[in-house]
Design a protein around this ligand. Structure first.
Ligand code: ZN
Length: 168
């Protein structure tokens, strides 16, 4: 009897080395200087294009993939700018264009990132587009580890490990 090696599938904890480039070759993100990215496959923790490309890959396998905006961070939505009152934020907070802010959706509880587009006399213009919206993404990926997720990880929908912090 032979054991077939694990390949990437729903509910496995996947560790990944990756480099992300844009169309012009600029590297915008890479795991090179830190720990591999570890996530729970099939739970929307990484962009859909990455999950799709990973299915069936084995530990040690490398791939170059091209992800269209629709499978990446979405297309740019021109109506995703919103002016909010300055007092939405702490008065001592230094707000400047390009600053990334984490906000929580009051309906879903989901945390998302927005960016300050402009600071105006009458408020702060926020850009709800992801900074990589509209970009085609060029990834070099390598699977470094695969393991079964624990029941607790599956219940939470994310992996637990070194550096993982939460209070539930
Ligand atoms: Zn958890």
């Amino acid at each position: 009897m032979t054991n077939s090696p694990l390949t990437v599938a729903q509910n496995l904890a996947v560790s990944l080395d990756y480099t992300l480039r844009l169309n012009d070759g600029e590297v915008v993100d890479s795991s090179a200087d830190r720990e591999p990215l570890t996530f729970l496959q099939g739970h929307g923790q990484v962009i859909p294009g990455l999950e799709k490309a990973l299915v069936g890959m084995m530990v040690g396998e490398e791939k170059e993939i091209v992800v269209a905006p629709a499978d990446g961070y979405g297309e740019i939505q021109p109506d995703s700018l919103q002016l909010v009152p300055r007092n939405t934020f702490p008065s001592d907070m230094a707000l400047e264009p390009g600053l990334g802010l984490h906000m929580r959706d009051s309906d879903t509880g989901e945390v998302f990132q927005v960016f300050v587009a402009e600071v105006r006399p009458n408020g702060v213009l926020l850009d709800f587009n992801h900074p990589l919206a509209g970009e085609t993404l060029y990834f070099n990926i390598k699977v470094t580890e695969l393991r079964l997720a624990t029941p607790e990880e599956l219940a939470h929908g994310h992996v637990h490990g070194s550096g993982h912090e939460h209070n539930h």
